[in-house]
Design a protein around this ligand. Structure first.
Ligand SMILES: *Cc1c(COP(=O)(O)O)cnc(C)c1O
Length: 342
């Protein structure tokens, strides 16, 4: 771990926030230490910097100990923290597997870290031999996104395991879409691999993109480091409250996920019958990647009918592709009607 950490982070002392010095268990303490407005309106106090109540709930749901969990302002913040803790600007590099989520590259550029791109194979699976061959002494993190955005497929567990076993740096598995998959993901194997970091989010299946809550699971050692460098109050009070409320009542989310998956199956079947759609890729996520005859033209036609899709044609291996999010049954019916009309 010492070799992985940035030098300035190794001895870093976290800011000691007012809220962290004293916790009020009795409810009787008078807080005159944080320069807050004292009149209670529900949000006049700084939020819990360690989000203990919310973390306890996340821990219960995921069956992962609280000291292996870090919460962030979206998983994008968590990814940025990983860069800032482990990647030395203008020196280190990371490996990504395009076509994939663009934030890994953006964060690399932002942190002045070289991004080594090792393309997925034609079946959108990782090319393990090439990945392992691209590692050098400056490689700190390999980013795997499974199910992958924008392709929708999950990576073969055997391939992921090979990478975890043969790389001494961190392997981040971004499981933003895991709730839509039949697969349960890598959480149950967290303790087996000290270099494994898993990120999840409430932005997709849980229906809370608006509150910005990302989750990072890793060894207590890694979580401890991220904790020292995160902003003290990175998850605001309203987010903590709302997340807790929704996580305690997950029945609705599970029903919605099941409905989205049924819709996805139906959409895939229907899209396969459309003449200008050359290929419909299978998906373990809440979106479908399709290859069409002319992505620019089809994108504009759909837009003219009020439907916004994502043109992914600029991504490697994705020429003439559109990524379509699974909508409500009504939205999906209109999408199919429109596609059949144009
Ligand atoms: C949407 C998405 C995220 C979202 O992150 P948040 O910041 O938590 O909203 C993360 N990773 C992937 C691959 C995504 O597609």
């Amino acid at each position: 771990m010492k070799d992985l950490l940035r030098a300035n982070i190794a001895g870093f002392k976290a800011y000691s926030s007012a809220r962290e010095e004293y916790k009020d268990k009795s409810g009787r303490l008078i807080f005159l230490n944080a320069n807050e407005n004292p009149f209670d309106n529900g949000i006049n106090r700084y939020p819990d910097p360690q989000q203990e109540e919310l973390k306890t709930e996340v821990s219960k749901i995921s069956q992962v100990a609280a000291d292996s969990i870090l919460l962030g302002n979206g998983s994008d913040e968590v990814l940025d923290l990983l860069f800032r803790a482990f990647c030395e600007p203008r020196q280190d590099n990371i490996i990504t597997l395009p076509p994939t989520y663009g934030m890994y590259g953006v964060l690399a550029a932002l942190n002045a870290i070289e991004e080594i791109k090792v393309l997925l194979q034609d079946d959108f699976q990782p090319d393990v031999i090439k990945i392992l061959g691209s590692i050098d002494s400056k490689t700190k993190i390999i980013f795997l996104c499974s199910p992958n955005n924008p392709t929708g497929n999950s990576f073969s567990p055997a391939a992921v395991e090979q990478i975890l076993l043969n790389f001494n740096g961190l392997v981040v598995i971004d499981e933003a879409y895991i709730d839509f998959s039949q697969d349960s993901g890598w959480l149950s194997r967290l303790e087996e691999f000290p270099n494994l970091v898993i990120t999840r989010t409430l932005s997709k299946a849980y229906g809370m993109a608006g509150i910005r809550l990302g989750i990072c699971y890793a060894s207590p050692e890694i979580i401890g480091i991220l904790n020292t460098i995160k902003m003290p109050y990175n998850v605001n009070e309203l987010t903590q409250k709302k997340a807790l409320e929704n996580l305690r009542d997950r029945k609705k989310v599970l029903e919605q996920v099941s409905q989205i998956n049924t819709e996805r199956k139906n959409l895939i079947k229907e899209l396969q019958g459309v003449s200008f759609i050359k290929k419909v890729y299978q998906s373990d996520a809440n979106f479908i990647l399709i290859r069409v005859d002319d992505a620019g033209k089809r994108y504009r036609q759909l837009l003219d009918e009020g439907i916004i899709t994502r043109n992914r044609s600029e991504e490697p291996l994705c020429k003439n592709t559109l990524r379509i999010t699974v909508g409500t049954p009504q939205e999906n019916r209109y999408l199919l009607q429109t596609i059949n009309k144009i």
